[in-house]
Design a binder for this molecule. Structure first.
Ligand code: ADP
Length: 399
């Protein structure tokens, strides 16, 4: 079975084609500047590796999907002989609200429910819907389409974790609550952690630290999410590349009154100009920050210190919330690659009986324990793979 995984943004579309017999990625790519002019980078991975990287006209998402299918079936860059060999499509959908606690086959009712979640994710869900409609129009109604939600894994959170302490009517009438994101990633690395530890996930208390441009932490007890740091939107929790994370909400009124900002200008600051970029004034990219910190920039050092501190403080609160922890997982761009960040975060965990194996911590790009054998809590680096998780869910649902 071949499954196409689609992650559609407002002007971009990422894809991977999987052969599910051995979970091999046959080809992958990225359409950019859809609706503006258009660029496609397509990489054929099956057999001889070949890259197509050129400007192509992509006026709409449907034309982007047509172009992708044309490449996937072409003589030069193709990996299947016709569109009929693509058996199903799995779509990343950002917000499933309270309607979806698992991935689902896309029907008219499901489309309606995804549309109903637009107020909760006004930037993301419309793009995901456009991607689904584009696939339907190009591939026809016979090819099953599956939605995999970023929020679904977190739907097991208890009310005490997801309810905001504001008048309850805002939850009842408007569904204002904590939802959480990166669920596909947290679910994937938690299942890999259980496999690495050789224990059923039902017996484990895990803390998953997804640290990338956007970062979130999840507390996973018995394989179920019991708390997570993002909320109604992906803005709260840790300070991120450009997002503020948690702040006193009264700060908004103070800044808006003093500088005459509208709410959208204020949110633009909190989403795009804050986080480690805002504090350091240098970059949102942790590689740049590592370099600048080495060169002695004290604001960069503060931004990095704050990031470590927040990861440790949120993870520590989850150890308390679960009344214990068996394993702590580091994943995504920073979690997988930055040994220095992992070791400074783990310094906060000695009270848990954690000890880092400095040699193991230097490795990259593989699933590995970075704790010493006698460490009471296992520390793990696990490269995330959201696309594979989407492909697996799609396969299960289609079968
Ligand atoms: P996204 O949230 O966009 O999916 P990623 O998971 O790809 O993000 O993570 C991107 C982040 O990972 C960037 O801030 C980048 O600087 C960081 N990163 C990548 N490699 C390294 C590295 N070797 N050391 C430190 N940070 C790194």
């Amino acid at each position: 079975m071949n499954i196409l995984v689609i992650n559609a943004g407002s002007s971009s579309l990422k894809y991977q084609l999987f052969s599910m017999e051995n979970e091999e990625v046959l080809a992958k790519g990225l359409c950019e500047r859809i609706g503006i002019d258009g660029h496609l980078k397509h990489t054929k991975l099956k057999g001889e590796k070949k890259v197509f990287d050129e400007d192509v006209s992509l006026p709409t998402h449907a034309e982007a999907i047509s172009t992708v299918i044309e490449k996937l079936t072409s003589a030069d860059f193709g990996v299947v002989s016709s569109m009929k060999e693509i058996n199903a499509v799995g779509h990343r959908v950002v917000h499933g609200g309270e309607s979806f606690s698992a991935s689902t086959l896309i029907t008219d009712d499901v489309m309606k429910a995804i549309e109903d979640c637009i107020p909760l994710a006004p930037l993301h869900n419309p793009a995901n819907i456009t991607g689904i409609n584009a696939c339907k129009s190009v591939m026809g109604a016979d090819v099953p389409q599956v939605a995999v939600f970023d929020t679904a894994f977190h739907q097991t959170m208890p009310a005490k974790a997801f309810t905001y302490a504001i008048p309850y009517e805002f939850y009842e009438n408007d569904k204002i609550r904590r939802y959480g994101f990166h669920g596909t990633s947290h679910k994937y690395v938690a299942s890999r952690a259980a496999a690495m530890m050789g224990k059923p996930i039902e017996e484990l208390k895990l803390i998953s630290c997804h640290m990338g441009n956007g970062s979130s932490i999840a507390a996973i007890s018995g394989g179920k999410c019991v708390d997570t740091s993002m909320g109604l939107t992906p803005l709260p929790g840790l300070p991120m590349g450009t997002r503020a994370g948690d702040i006193d909400s009264a700060v908004l009124e103070f800044i808006m009154n003093k500088y005459g900002f509208s709410i959208s200008e204020m949110l633009n600051i909190l989403n795009k100009k804050s986080g480690v970029l805002g504090v350091s004034g240098v970059s949102s990219d942790f590689r740049d920050l590592d370099e600048a910190a080495d060169a002695g920039n004290s604001r960069v050092a503060l931004a990095l210190d704050m990031f470590d501190y927040w990861v440790a403080k949120v993870a520590g609160s989850y150890a308390a919330a679960m009344n214990g922890v068996d394993g702590i997982i580091f994943t995504a761009g920073v979690g997988e690659n930055s040994a220095s960040m992992r070791s400074s975060i783990c310094e906060y965990f000695t009270y848990l009986g954690c000890t880092v194996d400095a040699e193991a911590n230097k490795k990259r790009g593989e699933e590995i324990f970075i704790s010493t054998p006698d460490s009471k809590v296992k520390l793990m680096v696990i490269p995330t793979n959201e696309e594979l998780m989407i492909a697996r869910d799609t396969k299960t649902i289609v079968e």
